[in-house]
Design a protein around this ligand. Structure first.
Ligand SMILES: Cc1cc2nc3c(=O)[nH]c(=O)nc-3n(C[C@H](O)[C@H](O)[C@H](O)COP(=O)(O)O)c2cc1C
Length: 128
């Protein structure tokens, strides 16, 4: 069954630009294997992530995320069945401030503070 999951977490104090992009590249490799797509937003302090894929894949990723020390205060916002994917083209799209855009990574969407707030709201308020 296709499901989607949204959570928020707090970046560990030590997380820097380069480790973020490493995290993202590795995440995309694993997501491709797990048939997971989604969107990660980082506002400099908090992560919001939308993950969609088969239930078993979500279970596997969720248990990895819960033990990952690169973030804390991991809080599940919603996990519900999904009719279709919202981010079918992205093994993990990533939005953050343009100051992070130094590694030329594909699927990085530089956004300003207001857009981050709006995107986070869109993901966390979604009911479908
Ligand atoms: C904010 C954040 C988002 C992450 N997103 C993903 C992801 O989308 N896919 C993924 O495979 N790993 C992601 N990871 C990394 C996982 O937590 C984990 O390290 C990785 O999947 C390897 O799992 P394992 O340690 O259980 O082998 C993310 C980590 C953090 C801190």
């Amino acid at each position: 069954m296709l499901e989607r999951l949204v959570y928020r977490s707090k970046g560990a104090g030590s997380i820097g630009n380069l480790s973020l992009f490493n995290l993202l590249s590795q995440a995309r490799v694993r997501n491709a294997q797990l048939n997971i797509t989604g969107h990660l937003i980082f506002d400099g302090e908090f992560f919001t992530q939308w993950i969609e894929g088969p239930s078993e894949s979500l279970d596997a990723l969720w248990s990895s995320l819960l033990k990952d020390q690169r973030h804390t205060e991991v809080m599940l916002i919603s996990r519900v069945p999904a009719k279709e994917r919202r981010f079918p083209l992205w093994t993990m799209a990533f939005s953050s401030y343009s100051s992070l855009n130094s590694y030329n990574i594909p699927g990085f969407f530089p956004v300003d503070k207001q857009s981050v707030t709006e995107e986070v709201k869109r993901l966390t308020d979604a009911t479908d």
